[in-house]
Write a protein that binds this ligand. Sequence first.
Ligand SMILES: [Zn+2]
Length: 271
Amino acid sequence: MIPTLITLIIGAIGLAAWVLLDDPPPRPLDLPNKPFPDNWRELLQKRWPLYNALPEVLQHQLEQLTLVFLDRIEFQGVDLEITDEMRVLTAAQACLLLLNQDTFYSPQLRSVVIHPRAYTATSYDEAGGEAMEKQIAVQGQSWGSGSVVLSWDNTRTGAANAKDGRNLALHEFAHQLDQADGKADGAPALGSREQYQRWQKVCSRVFADLRDKVERGNKTVIDDYGATNPAEFFAVATETFFEKPHQLNKRRPELYALLSEYYRVNPLSWP
Ligand SMILES: [Zn+2]
């Protein structure tokens, strides 16, 4: 979830719990080799600078993944009519996380729901040991039960500025990768027990340091919101990895290397 207010009060949070479990290998994905409509390509070129920065071979792969996404995932609009721009820009950003993976999102993911702008959602706050339900304004949500909900305003502006470390679609779809094993614990499916151990070691350390810096009011390359819990840490770190690779690599090379290995791309090499 991304609340609209970044300055959230960070309540009592338990220790980072990146769970060490082996997951079944995901199903391999056969990419089609279908023509990608020229007007969709122009749309990506105009609306998403990161697309233009990708090497040609990755642009082609992303386009094919986008076609798979649009074939498999249903789009629903709330108080708006879904347009090609919404479908293509959302799908392509979601598929950036799948480059070189040879897999797709969990078969549980069925739909993307788009609101015109930030909307109201119910939040459960357990600060102080008592569960409290409250209504908050959010930009997006990712549900393990099969849908991602997005504010179109923020999906569009997240794409338009590819250098600010904020990208709603990347954030919510990173949650999908994390949730694919049924747990939103900050660890997506990894290949081996050794990888889980390294993931836990690196993420726990950077997360603890981020929380410390945020509590002190220090500036951080990873947005404050990543200090909320391990799941938000992974989602925000993903935004930083793709949109501020140089800063992340400079400040947190061990996290950059971990994410580069996981996502199988090196955004440092993209202009
Ligand atoms: Zn989130």
